[in-house]
Design a protein around this ligand. Structure first.
Ligand code: ITT
Length: 164
């Protein structure tokens, strides 16, 4: 197995495949963090754990992509992180776009709901996290979740090739 992504979420798989231009194996691996990461640190760790788990399952290169939220000066932001790991123990990380969440979305998350659930009730689309995502909705369709993740994958793969 050459390339793997530690998720079956189509927005994540598509982001890696479009960048790598080769088949990428989706793997069901644990993120090792809470279902709704609540800080940059936790979101980043989820991405790293997913990338490393892919390598442990035999991938030459393993990608991990994680979505979360983070509090900055009292405002909750959507945050996104990615990691790329290889069999030599090399690891690169990158973060993606951050945008503030409106109060009607932030408030239920602060009370314990997951962003995916909140976005589903907000849009009446149970698969929104697999498609445009919160970022697609909140940017009026200008930036979909897969495109946002693709940017992170470019940051990961570019850094990896530069360092190797
Ligand atoms: O199948 P996996 O890879 O776990 O993908 P996921 O979308 O369910 O999970 P993430 O770990 O990336 O995101 C953590 C939570 O935040 C939600 N989430 C994150 N970014 C989102 C977005 O852009 N739109 C909708 N939900 C999002 C997601 O549904 C989860 O409830």
């Amino acid at each position: 197995m050459k390339y793997a992504i530690g998720s079956a979420n189509p927005a994540k798989v598509k982001a890696v495949e479009q960048m790598i231009k080769e088949p990428v194996q989706p793997l069901d691996v644990p993120s090792g963090v809470s279902p709704q990461p609540l800080s940059d640190e936790e979101t980043r760790l989820g991405a790293v754990n997913r990338a490393k788990a892919c390598v442990e399952k035999g991938a030459e290169l393993g990608f991990g992509l994680e979505g979360g939220v983070t509090d900055m000066e009292g405002t909750l932001y959507l945050c996104n992180w990615g990691a790329l790991a290889d069999q030599d123990g090399h690891l690169v990380v990158a973060s993606g776009a951050k945008i503030p969440l409106p109060d009607e979305i932030a408030a239920p998350i602060r009370k314990g709901s997951e962003l995916g659930e909140v976005m589903t009730s907000f849009t009446s689309d149970k698969d929104i996290r697999k498609k445009a995502g919160a970022i697609g909705v909140l940017t009026n369709g200008e930036l979909a979740r897969d495109e946002m993740f693709m940017h992170i994958v470019k940051l990961l793969y570019g850094q990896y090739k530069f360092q190797k």
